[in-house]
Design a protein around this ligand. Structure first.
Ligand code: CP
Length: 339
């Protein structure tokens, strides 16, 4: 498998990407990680470009990391949430998005409860659209940062066993992760109570089990998922205590696990339900690494969509001091204010 340049207008799903495109996006993330380790975490790559985060659902990690990613690339970043936008007055998604585009927006990052919302906007708009999560459908940027985190630790996807445990039916993260992992050669097991396994489970290409012990045994990576009560999981949810007893990832349950098992979670975690605190914060957990790599991964995505012409080779990101004038020393600013 060799990387293939990512030359798309939008990033809408993992399912539509080739394995080569995914590898290319992971390789690009490496370059941007270096920027985040610098003293001055900023490069001028997207100076003069505008990124709008349009979120119709709650978010901490995705929205903050897209904002940080855009700002570290020197783009102008605007955040809009449904509760403070004119959708409250009845404006449609299409009208809202077209009005944002009319302000010469380069990239629209959208999260919406409707599956297909990002694809719809991708067709309607000339600017780039990034899917930051659409209903139960896909969360491609979460999958890219998950795949990057796994590759950092396991180096290769071939022969890797990845188990995903929890509310698979309502999880866009699971659908994107499964698609990406299978494309890159990993084997995937999905596990949860029957009502939380998707109707299409047999078509996803993953092994299916309702026994968490079976999912843990032989796994190299274990991804735990939150119960998505906001998407209707509550109708068949036995309650936190029963779920934790039957499916919660605890130290006791991990006694039969491989020694180098990687513990992941896309967040937010319901501690003590899908995962005990000592596992979430334990030595095999890479949950905060996922968050850290999410910024570099989203920098790579924004840069490839807005900062580079399709046939241009992807350079390593320039250092700020190579392209931008140094900021005026603070003392000079103080002198000017004192005058
Ligand atoms: N993983 C994830 O999408 O987290 P947020 O909902 O906080 O963005």
């Amino acid at each position: 498998m060799t990387p293939e340049p990512f030359r798309r207008k939008d990033l809408l799903s993992i399912r539509e990407l080739s394995a080569g495109e995914i590898l290319f996006l992971l390789d690009q993330t490496d370059s941007f990680r270096e920027v985040n380790e610098r003293d001055i975490k900023k490069v001028p790559a997207l100076r003069g470009k505008t990124v709008v985060n349009l979120f119709f659902e709650a978010s901490t990690r995705t929205r903050a990391s897209f904002e940080i990613a855009g700002k570290r690339l020197s783009a102008d970043v605007i955040n809009l949430s449904a509760t403070t936008s004119s959708t409250q007055k009845g404006e449609t998604l299409r009208d809202t998005a077209r009005n944002i585009e009319a302000m010469a927006t380069d990239v629209l990052v959208v999260r919406h409860s409707a599956s297909g919302a990002a694809h719809y906007l991708g067709r309607e708009l000339r600017c780039s659209v990034v899917n930051a999560g659409d209903g139960c459908h896909e969360h491609p940027t979460q999958a890219l940062l998950d795949l990057y985190t796994i590759r950092e630790h396991k180096k290769d996807f071939q022969g890797l066993n990845v188990s995903i445990v929890g509310d698979i039916a309502h999880s866009r993260v699971a659908r994107s992760d499964i698609a990406g992992l299978l494309k890159l050669g990993a084997s995937v097991t999905i596990c949860g109570p029957s009502p939380m396994l998707p109707a299409e489970a047999g078509c996803l290409g993953a092994r299916v089990t309702t026994r968490v012990e079976e999912a843990i045994e032989g796994a190299d990576v274990l991804i735990a998922l939150r119960i998505q009560l906001e998407r209707g999981a509550g109708a068949n949810f036995p309650g936190n205590r029963e779920y934790a007893t039957t499916y919660g990832i605890t130290r006791k349950r991990l006694k039969s696990a491989k020694r180098e098992l990687l513990i992941m979670h896309p967040g937010p975690i319901n501690r003590g339900v899908e995962m005990s605190p000592d596992v979430a914060d334990g030595p095999f957990s890479v949950i905060l690494e996922q968050v850290e790599y999410g910024v570099a991964s989203r920098m790579a995505i924004l840069y490839l969509l807005a900062g580079r012409k399709a046939d241009e080779p992807a350079p390593s990101p320039p250092r700020l001091e190579e392209q931008a004038p140094e900021p005026a020393p603070l003392r000079r600013t103080e002198d000017a204010l004192a005058r």
